[in-house]
Design a protein around this ligand. Structure first.
Ligand code: NAD
Ligand code: AKB
Length: 319
């Protein structure tokens, strides 16, 4: 029997694409997409309003739609979280606890909640940060992700709730723009390359960070959620990796395909966040436990992004 799914934060970068994937698998009726902000004409189709900081509304939505599987994506990302730490705490922590409590109260069986490379701080190894590296983040976003991982683990031990989680790297997508993150430059740069042949990057040219193309992230998410329960050993957050690159390396990959594209560098407050994160992470636990393997590297991601975004920009005026 198909699960009855609810997605929070469905109008965001991941939600826009994940809802489409889930609706293809389980049917439109089987997937209730929700978000606080419902912008007409954007997102993955029908979205119903739901503010995750409102516990009663969350529990009501789970009951109304007889939900058994939740993808809880609503959050405030790293850069916005440093500008507004109270909002980050409220949405990321209160929102997650409301979703966990409502899940336990209504009999939700399985919950996906994304963690992030933001769990790591300056004391984690810079190269191939391991699954069990020290988690001492220096951003409010990272604090909420570490506390969130612990909370997810606690609820999976205390209740019969099967919580699954991935520490996503920075995600690159041709479909929906990111909002409020430190890795957003790696998406913005493609829009600028195609629209104006020039980009000013808010990170230094030598800032290496772990990144992933959205099709790989969607595949990992579905693969983890469909894995046999006995193979999922971690309920806090699996390290997940595909590629690592610097702004200079990404720029030169784009320049191979768009000669004349120029990049300037004007690092801002996001540089400090990027400097606190590892350059690459070790995802051998995900590979071992449920068979994770990425498909895209830097050249294949850049080629696909330019092709897909290029054709969207030609056909849709408001992109
Ligand atoms: P996003 O910022 O694009 O989308 C988040 C969505 O949450 C937005 O549509 C926003 O309207 C919604 N939202 C905010 N406050 C809300 C509230 N109170 N109630 C309901 N909805 C609310 O983020 P994303 O990139 O889609 O990220 C989704 C999840 O994945 C987050 O937990 C994020 O931390 C995690 N993640 C993302 C990345 C990435 O590179 N995109 C990397 C690592 C982890
Ligand atoms: C951000 O930059 O905040 C996100 C993330 C890596 O969690 N993209």
């Amino acid at each position: 029997m198909s699960p009855s799914v609810l997605v929070t934060g469905a109008a965001g970068q991941i939600g826009t694409e994940l809802v489409r994937v889930l609706r293809k698998k389980y049917g439109t009726e089987g997937v209730t997409a929700t978000d606080k902000v419902v912008r007409p004409g954007s997102g993955p189709g029908t979205i119903v309003p739901l503010d995750v900081t409102d516990r009663a509304s969350v529990e009501r939505a789970f009951r109304e739609h007889a939900i058994d599987t939740v993808y809880h994506l609503a959050a405030v990302l790293s850069a916005l979280g440093e500008e507004n730490p109270d909002l980050a705490w409220d949405v990321n922590m209160k929102g997650l606890k409301n979703v966990l409590d409502s899940s336990a109260a209504t009999g939700v069986r399985r919950l996906f909640w994304p963690s992030s490379i933001g769990v790591f701080g300056p004391d984690a190894p810079k190269m191939l940060a391991p699954q069990d590296a020290p988690l001492n983040p220096t951003t409010m976003y990272g604090v909420t992700k570490v506390a969130g991982e612990l909370l997810c683990r606690y609820y999976s031990l205390k209740h019969d709730l099967d919580v699954r989680s991935l520490r996503y790297p920075g995600l690159i997508s041709s479909e929906a723009k990111p909002g409020g993150g430190t890795t957003d430059y790696a998406v913005e740069i493609f829009y600028s390359a195609l629209k104006s042949r020039a980009y000013t990057c808010f990170l230094r040219q030598d800032t290496a960070l772990p990144m992933m193309y959205m099709p790989d992230a969607l595949r990992a998410t579905v693969q983890l959620m469909e894995a046999d329960r006995s193979s999922v050993k971690l309920h806090g957050g699996y390290n997940l990796s595909a590629m690592s690159f610097t702004p200079a390396e990404l720029s030169s990959e784009i320049q191979k395909r768009i000669p004349g594209f120029s990049v300037a560098y004007a690092p801002d407050q996001r540089q400090k966040i990027a400097d606190s994160w590892p350059m690459s992470i070790d995802d051998s636990a995900a590979r071992r436990d449920w068979g994770w393997k990425p498909e895209y590297d830097l050249p294949s991601m850049a080629a696909d992004m330019l092709a897909r975004l290029g054709s969207r920009l030609q056909t849709q005026k408001d992109v």
